[in-house]
Design a protein around this ligand. Structure first.
Ligand code: HEM
Length: 388
């Protein structure tokens, strides 16, 4: 057992907390003090996959003792996939999975390219400097999800403004909660409208496949929450890294074929889910030689698992050719990210377009002065001042 308390805060912009890297070396499945109790911190790649692959490590936040139970308010009781266990989870997930296959998502490429080109047009027309987060990283996934859900074009502004309010640093908790309420009500209205008037969109197809209105509102909201800020953070971190490390940018400029590999490697490298996948053991289960008992809380730390030297050679080096597909940046097992093909596609399209269209793009502040989101839950940047 490790008795020192530790922090999940990042101090080095390019690396997960050093304390977790130390645990991985010395005590990879360790019982550590956390808030007013203890958690199991799981840090090796194989052990993280064991935890995430076993649904007896429950995601159900309504269970007493679940590490996310404290934040479980009546407002959040609209259960969605990410906080459900089998068999309910399996039933809902199977119903919606077909919407996110590689083939289905690949069909979205032309439209995503248009969305990205148009965001870059607007950014370039605005002058010779911008905050890349508000100009590109946030709007692109927001418009993509709006279109996926079938949000009518005239409501895009409302959708985008409210979803950005969640994540911007200068909005108060009150504003965030209000924006969340607005979106939830909006999505519930959208579901109702589709019940009366089905269209060619995910909500209508889910209704036809037997999903109920409440489940579908939860799903629509989850897609927005899970797919907006995460993708935006990865866009910003990827571009900040390329601008900070010109040799990497040059590799992609000379060999655009490397972009899919670069996306995979940057996903591995940053693994933005910073507070770990939080689970509650519902049985006594051995992980990495330690017995985790029923009722104990488990945090599986993907970011440090993705630097495990037993799996990735020279793990702290960014290598676009390493073929990093076995990373756990999208989780693993039953809850593995439903939108991963979409996230990959958005990242590929954005990197390709930015490199091609803005050859003079540069950071407008030193890399160390970028305001990084060091305190979780998702790593990223609050703003990214750039110029061209
Ligand atoms: C789940 C990461 C983008 C939808 C997850 C999980 C991770 C993750 C780590 C697993 C959570 C857990 O085990 O408890 C990411 C990252 C993204 C991204 C790094 C961007 C780079 C997206 C997008 C969408 C999406 C674009 C959809 C529009 C979901 C959903 C789940 C999920 C619905 C829950 C799946 C389930 O519980 O069965 N994501 N995600 N994500 N993600 Fe993503």
């Amino acid at each position: 057992m490790t008795t020192a308390t530790f922090s999940t805060q990042r101090v080095d912009p390019y690396n997960p907390p050093a304390e977790l890297a130390r645990l991985q070396r010395e005590d990879p499945v360790s019982r550590v003090p956390w808030r007013d109790g203890f958690i199991w911190a799981v840090t090796k790649h194989a052990d993280v996959r064991t935890v995430l692959g076993d649904a007896r490590f429950s995601s159900d936040r309504s269970l007493p003792g679940h590490p996310m139970n404290a934040g479980y308010t009546s407002a959040a009781k609209l259960k969605n996939l990410i906080e459900m266990d089998p068999p309910d989870h399996t039933r809902q997930r199977v119903r919606v999975m077909g919407e996110f296959t590689v083939k289905k998502i690949a069909g979205m490429r032309p439209r995503i390219e248009q969305i990205v080109e148009s965001a870059i047009d607007d950014m370039l027309a605005s002058g010779d400097a911008a905050d890349l987060v508000t100009a590109l990283s946030l709007p692109v996934p927001s418009v993509v999800i709006a279109e996926l859900l079938g949000v009518p074009y005239e409501d895009h502004d409302f959708f985008q403004v409210n979803s950005a309010t969640f994540v911007e640093i200068d909005t108060s908790m009150e504003q965030k909660l209000e924006a969340m309420g607005n979106l939830r009500t909006y999505i519930a209205g959208l579901v109702e409208a589709r019940m009366e008037n089905p269209g060619d969109d995910i909500l209508s197809r889910q209704l036809a496949a037997g999903a109920g209105a409440e489940e579908l509102t939860g799903l629509g909201f989850l897609l927005l929450i899970a797919g907006h800020e995460t993708t935006a953070n990865m866009i910003s971190l990827s571009i900040a890294t390329l601008l900070d490390k010109p040799e990497l940018l040059e590799q992609l400029r000379e060999g655009p074929d490397l972009i899919p590999g670069a996306v995979e490697e940057l996903l591995r490298y940053f693994t933005i889910a910073d507070v770990g996948h939080q689970r509650l053991a519902t049985a006594d289960i051995e992980v990495g030689g330690e017995l985790i008992r029923t009722g104990e809380a488990v945090y599986a730390f993907g970011h440090v698992a993705n630097r495990d030297p037993d799996v990735f050679d020279d793990p702290n080096r960014i290598d676009f050719t390493r073929g990093a597909r076995n990373h756990v940046a999208f989780g693993f097992g039953p809850h593995q990210c439903l939108g991963q093909n979409l996230a990959r596609l958005e990242l590929e399209v954005v990197l390709e377009a930015v490199i091609r269209r803005i050859p003079t793009l540069r950071l407008a502040v030193p890399f160390g002065e970028i305001p990084f989101k060091e305190h979780g839950p998702n790593y990223g940047v609050y703003s990214l001042p750039v110029a061209w």
